[in-house]
Structure formats: structure tokens, C-alpha cells
Ligand binder design. Sequence first.
Ligand SMILES: *Cc1c(COP(=O)(O)O)cnc(C)c1O
Length: 293
Amino acid sequence: MPSRIWINALLSVSDLVCEDRLNHASLLDGGWISGARFAWYGHLDHDDLDLQLASDANRKLVVSDGTFSMDGDRCRLDDLIAVARRRDAWVMVDDAHGMGVHGPGGVGLVDPARYTVDDVQVLVGTFGKAFGTSGAFVAGSEALIETLIQRSRNYIYTTAMPLAIAVATLASLAILRDEAWRRDRLEALIARFREGATRLGFTPPPSTSPIQPLIVGEPQAALDMSRGLEERGCLCTAIRPPSVPEGTSRLRITLTAAHTDADVDRLIGALEEVRKASDDETRTTQHFGSTFQ
Ligand SMILES: *Cc1c(COP(=O)(O)O)cnc(C)c1O
């Protein structure tokens, strides 16, 4: 929702918006309803981005997730900024999954000690992930914020965040800033999970975030595994097209600082059992092909 609001207020028909192929749906919607010319670039493919930006559009905006919500990998920000600068484009980062999790004090990918509004002109964060509340914010120059307040129809005509949510969000902010051990804990759990999954023969994609997808392939296989895990006490959703590209249905494992080592070990044990059950079935139905990646 938040990005729908901001992009729409910033761009119009004579402009260009370039988006990573795997951006969150709200970023795509924002680009589409703005009326600007919309261009994709390949996931993290900044050479492709460079090509797309070679345009005489009035204003150009590059939009990327900070941490990608289905793969857990991260935007290569320095590179993205360099390309955008060369092509005279603005950068907008939606760091919904990075804030509270990555960077010193949980500042996320766009560390204010390293980047200014000349590097990332529009920074979006949401409160529904690490903060555990709801709502979102945009950060940028005084002029940007004033423009959004005056021009963003969706913002102007929507009820403000309830006070209780704002206060809860402030409390979350204090916890995220002061209790670094939660991030250390999360990091240890991520490493434990990846090691265990690798031992089982899975190849977890290169994600250092709490989003740890296991690509299964076909939608039914992902659903079956999700159900098998649930029977063993592990709630782990299956993600299928159109949320992810065809052939990459997956289990989306999400770790939190509240999990224990024993929880992760139990998940690994359950994965082993579920995979074995699936392998047996594969053999009996004579259905060949690589189910696991
Ligand atoms: C989850 C998410 C959102 C949506 O946030 P809501 O709090 O549900 O509005 C927006 N952008 C990204 C990148 C997300 O991961």
C-alpha cells in the first residue's frame, strides 16, 4: 500500500519508472497507476537497468525492494545508485524487510551514516514486518515530503494511523534500537537453519535475511510439503505463482528472534521426514524430474 501512494504522487505521463522484476506488488501498482512509462529490469541486473534508463523521459525513478520479499536477497545499493546517478534518475528503496533487521541498530539497508537524500531520494519503510505493528513511512528531503503531503491523494483522503498503533510502533523502535541481541540471535538462527538445510541436500538461495526460501518447483509439491510440515507442528507457507515465477514454487521459511535453536532443529527434522515421504511417493508414481533444488 505505501508505495502505491508515493509513486503515484511523484510521476506522471511524461516520466519513466524502472522496477526490478521481483519488486513487491505494491511497488508495481504504484508504478502502473502513476501513468508514467513503466519498464522492468532483470532482477538485480543493473546493466539492464542502465539500458532502460537511456530514455529522454522528463523524470526518471528507479524503484527497488531493499530486501526482496520472496527470495530474501538484497538490492546492491551502491551499484544501483551509481547507475541512477549516471542516468540522472532518482532512487526509491522500499526496505520493508530490512528495517529492524539489517544494519547498525537495525537501520536497514539505507544506513543514514552512509547515504543521504542525494543517493536515495525516496526511502520507504513499513511497520508490518520487524516492527510488528502496521502502517508505513516515507523519508526524504523537506521538498519531497511537502510535495507528498500536498499532492498524494491516497494519503490526503485516508484516515491517519491510530494513536495506539503509533505508540506501539515507537515502543518497537526503542526495542529494535536498544536490543541488538535480538539481531544477533536471528543471525545465529539463520546460520543454523542454512547449515541444517544444506546438510539435508537443499540449496538455500543466497539470503542472509530471515526469509529463507526453499525452492521446490511445482505448486503441488510445495503445498504437500507445507501440509506435511504443519502436521509436524511447523507452520510454513507455500508460495506459488503468481507471487513467484512459474517453476519456482517454494516453502517460505521465516525465522524470528523469538525462535529457539530447538525450533530450528525441529524444522530441519520435519523437513527431512517430509522430503522422504515425498521421495517415496515420487518413486511409486514413476514421476521423475528434479523436485528439489
Ligand atoms: C510487506 C511489504 C509491503 C506492504 O506492507 P503493508 O504493511 O502490508 O502495507 C510493502 N513493500 C514491501 C517491500 C513489503 O515487503
